[in-house]
Write a protein that binds this ligand. Structure first.
Ligand code: SF4
Length: 228
């Protein structure tokens, strides 16, 4: 493992391989406005993007910004989003944050982190997703895939998602934050699975400490060599 070198030396090769493997990685949530992305991101907690998109395909045509969501109220909204987990809590949260948008920002979603994180129920991860994908502001959200893959690659060691985001943002140039987030999600979904990562066919194996640990026979081949 030591021969893999420190993380800042492996990083350029990790970024290069990710860019080749996932040139079109992007936000998988469907939205047409910053408000829709904010709603979809709140709905996506502990829920797949695919399921959120199914729900928002029905919901968004009936919504015209935060005022219409407040008018719907938490009970009727909960009925409309009941296919996502924690739908009652999410309905309450969405009504509260819509009230905040109307009260503090004339119904507009702000494009600054502090203002986003001051909204009811909006944490660092949700703010990062909205900043990156609705406003193009460099931000790096850490979800379960980004957390798992970045730790396996030895790029982060923090126990919490927020601290992991801090570590990754300190390591990567801001220009890479948004694409890195999407590429790690794509990699976590398709190759670096939580239970059985496909290390032997993984493009990152030559630069991954966890991959070397899991592919012990391949690791005896020596630096720069692997079994596929
Ligand atoms: Fe994940 Fe294995 Fe690839 Fe490392 S080598 S990124 S642990 S699949």
């Amino acid at each position: 493992m030591a021969r893999l070198g420190p993380r800042h030396r492996r990083l350029p090769e990790i970024l290069r391989r990710l860019a080749v493997a996932y040139p079109d990685a992007r936000c998988e949530l469907d939205f047409t406005t910053p408000f829709e992305l904010l709603v979809a991101t709140v709905l996506s907690a502990q829920c797949t993007d695919r399921r959120v998109n199914m729900v928002t395909a029905r919901l968004f045509p009936t919504l015209d910004g935060p005022a219409s969501l407040v008018a719907l109220g938490p009970d009727r909204l909960a009925e409309q989003i009941r296919d996502v987990g924690l739908f009652r809590a999410k309905a309450r949260s969405l009504v509260s944050l819509s009230q905040d948008l109307l009260r503090l920002h004339q119904g507009q979603v702000p494009g600054e982190r502090a203002a986003l994180e001051a909204l009811a129920g909006v944490g660092k991860k949700t703010a990062s997703v909205v900043l990156a994908n609705a406003f193009g502001v460099p931000a790096l959200a850490v979800d379960t895939h980004v957390f798992r893959v970045s730790h396996r690659l030895g790029l982060a060691s923090a126990k919490s998602a927020d601290r992991t985001a801090d570590q990754l943002m300190a390591l990567l140039p801001p220009a890479n934050w948004i694409s890195f987030h999407h590429q790690l999600i794509a990699h976590g979904r398709t190759v670096c699975h939580a239970r059985n990562p496909a290390c032997n066919t993984c493009t990152l194996l030559p630069v991954c400490p966890e991959g070397h640990r899991r592919s012990a026979p391949a690791s005896v081949l020596g630096p720069g060599q692997h079994s596929h």
